[in-house]
Design a protein around this ligand. Structure first.
Ligand SMILES: C[S@@+](CC[C@H](N)C(=O)[O-])C[C@H]1O[C@@H](n2cnc3c(N)ncnc32)[C@H](O)[C@@H]1O
Ligand code: SF4
Length: 455
C-alpha cells in the first residue's frame, strides 16, 4: 500500500524533461551563426523528424500551457501559411532536404483550426520540399474534437496521416465549465468515428488530472467514458499549473484544485484501471495497448523522449518549423521566435526564425542520456552507459547517488552497480528521481516559480 503522506512530501517544482538541458537554459548565447553551423554539420545519413507548429485556437481553455495564438481571423491564418512555406524554402538552403523523413507532426494550438483547403496547401508545400518520406513514416496531427470535419480528415488521410491525437481532458461538465472547455461526449465520439472511418492506425486521447473540481470519483467516470471510445493510446497528463507564466491559468480558482493526495489517488487508480483494460503504462504519462509499438519499445528498453513526448524513433534530427517550435539535433536544441512579428521579420530578412537555444557540452550529453533513459524506460543500464561515455558512473554521479538514498530507503528505486530501476510506485515520482542528475537544477532550486509541481 502507498503511504500517501510520505509520498506527497516529494511534491515539489520540477521539470518534465522533454529536453535536457531544459528550456530554461535556452538563450541567445547559442547564436544564430552557431545554430547554422550545427545545421550545416548535420550527418545526412540521419533521418529527419519534422514538427510544424500550427498555433491558432479560437477560445482559451484556462488550463492551457501550450503556445497558442487566439484568433478567428482567416487572413491571419492564410498569412501564417505563407510564412511557413517561406521558412521551408530558407531551411532548404541550410539542410539537405533529400534526407529521409521518418516522422511528421502537426502540433498546436489546434492544427484543425485550418480548414481542409488550408491543410492541403500546407501539406503540399511540405511534400514539395521534403520528397523522401519513408514507407510507413509516422504522420500525426493533434486535433480538438470540436474542430474537425469529414473533409479535413479526408485530406489528412489522403496525404498519409496515420495517427491522430484528440484532446478530451475531462468529461465532467462541472470541470469542463471551470476550465472553459465545454465538449460534450458526442462531439468526441463523432471525432473518434471519423478517425476510424479514415483508417487511422493509431488514435490517442489526452486527459488531464489535477483540474478544478476533479476527484477520484469524477475521474473514474471520465476514464469509463474515455475507454468506451477504445483509443489505441492514452496520455494522462498531470496538470502543470504555472499561472505566473500563463495568464489564462489565473482564471482558475486555486481552491478548487485537487490536493496532491487526491491527484495521487487518481493516478494510482488510473494505472490499475488501465491495466485491467489491457493498457500498459508507457513512460511518465502514457498508456498503450500491448500490441502498440510504444509498448514494444519499452519492453526492449528503446523508448525515447523528445518535445512531442514519447517516441520509438531515436537517432533522427528533429526540425521545428513555425512559431515557437523547437528543434533538436545530436548536440543542440533550437527554438524559433515566440512573437509573430519577430518570426515574420526574420523570414522577411531571408533568415531562419531562430531565437534561442543551447549547444550541449560533454557533461550535458552524459546527463541527457541518463535523464532521458530514466524518463523513458524507468531504468538505467549502468554498464551500457559506461561503455557509451567511458566514465565511471559511481564516481561521476556520487552526489546524485547520495541524493537518491531517501528514494532507495522508501523502496521507490533499487540501485545496484549495474542497474538503477524504479519500482511501480517510483515511476510516479520519476521527475523527482531524475532531478539529482540535473546539473542546472541547483541554480533554480530556490525559485519555486519556475516549474510545475511534480505531484
Ligand atoms: C495542443 S493541445 C491538443 C490539441 C487541441 N488543441 C486540443 O486541445 O484538443 C495538447 C495537449 O496538451 C495538454 N495540456 C495543455 N495544457 C496543459 C497543462 N497545463 N498541463 C498538462 N497538460 C496540458 C492537453 O491534454 C492538450 O490536449
Ligand atoms: S488546450 Fe488545445 S484547444 Fe485548448 S487552448 Fe490549448 S491548444 Fe487550444
Amino acid at each position: 500500500m502507498l503511504d500517501f503522506d510520505k509520498f506527497t512530501q516529494y511534491s515539489k517544482p520540477g521539470p518534465r524533461y522533454t529536453s535536457y538541458p531544459t528550456a530554461l537554459e535556452f538563450s541567445d548565447t547559442f547564436t544564430y551563426d552557431a545554430f547554422l553551423e550545427k545545421l550545416h554539420a548535420q550527418d545526412s545519413s540521419r533521418p529527419l523528424s519534422l514538427y510544424f507548429h500550427l498555433p491558432f485556437c479560437k477560445n482559451a481553455c484556462y488550463f492551457c500551457g501550450c503556445n497558442v495564438v487566439f484568433t478567428s481571423k482567416e487572413d491571419k491564418k492564410e498569412r501564417y501559411i505563407d510564412y511557413l512555406i517561406r521558412e521551408m524554402a530558407i531551411l532548404a538552403q541550410h539542410i539537405d532536404v533529400n534526407r529521409s523523413v521518418i516522422q511528421l507532426h502537426f502540433g498546436g494550438g489546434t492544427p484543425t483550426f485550418f480548414n481542409a483547403e488550408q491543410l492541403e496547401r500546407i501539406i503540399a508545400a511540405i511534400k514539395s520540399h521534403f520528397k523522401n518520406f519513408v514507407e510507413g513514416a509516422e504522420i500525426s496531427c493533434e486535433i480538438d474534437p470540436r474542430h474537425i470535419n469529414d473533409e479535413q480528415m479526408k485530406v489528412m488521410s489522403e496525404a498519409g496521416f496515420n495517427r491522430v491525437s484528440f484532446g478530451i481532458q475531462d468529461f465532467d461538465e462541472k470541470v469542463q465549465i471551470a476550465v472553459h472547455r465545454v465538449q460534450p461526449y458526442d462531439i468526441t465520439k463523432k471525432a473518434m468515428d471519423l478517425a476510424r472511418k479514415y483508417n487511422m492506425v493509431s488514435v490517442n486521447v489526452d486527459l488531464i488530472y489535477g483540474l478544478p473540481y476533479q476527484s477520484l470519483e469524477t475521474f473514474k467516470k471520465t476514464l469509463d467514458l474515455a475507454i468506451s471510445l477504445n483509443p489505441d493510446r492514452f496520455a494522462v497528463f498531470n496538470y502543470a499549473h504555472v499561472p505566473w507564466l500563463k495568464k489564462t491559468m489565473r482564471k482558475i480558482d486555486e481552491t478548487t484544485l485537487p490536493h496532491p493526495a487526491e491527484k495521487l489517488a487518481i493516478m494510482r487508480h488510473t494505472i490499475d484501471y488501465m491495466d485491467s483494460k489491457g493498457y500498459r503504462m508507457i513512460g511518465m504519462d502514457h498508456f498503450a495497448k500491448p500490441e502498440d509499438e510504444l509498448f514494444k519499445a519499452i519492453e526492449k528498453g528503446e523508448l525515447h523522449r523528445n518535445f512531442q513526448g514519447y517516441t520509438t524513433k531515436g537517432g533522427a534530427d528533429l526540425i521545428g518549423i513555425g512559431l515557437t517550435s523547437i528543434g533538436e539535433g545530436a548536440d543542440y536544441y533550437a527554438q524559433n521566435f515566440k512573437e509573430m512579428d519577430a518570426y515574420e521579420e526574420a523570414i522577411d530578412a531571408g533568415k531562419l526564425p531562430y531565437e534561442r537555444g543551447v549547444a550541449l557540452n560533454e557533461d550535458d550529453r552524459i546527463r541527457q542520456y541518463v535523464i532521458m533513459e530514466l524518463m523513458s524506460n524507468f531504468r538505467l543500464d549502468i554498464g551500457r552507459f559506461e561503455k557509451l561515455y567511458n566514465v565511471k558512473f559511481g564516481s561521476y554521479f556520487a552526489d546524485a547517488l547520495e541524493e537518491l538514498k531517501p528514494f532507495e530507503a522508501d523502496g521507490l528505486i533499487t540501485i545496484t552497480p549495474s542497474l538503477i530501476e524504479c519500482s511501480s510506485t517510483g515511476t510516479l515520482l520519476i521527475r523527482n528521481i531524475a532531478i539529482p542528475f540535473d546539473a542546472y537544477m541547483k541554480r533554480h532550486a530556490s525559485n519555486t516559480k519556475t516549474f510545475s509541481k511534480t505531484v
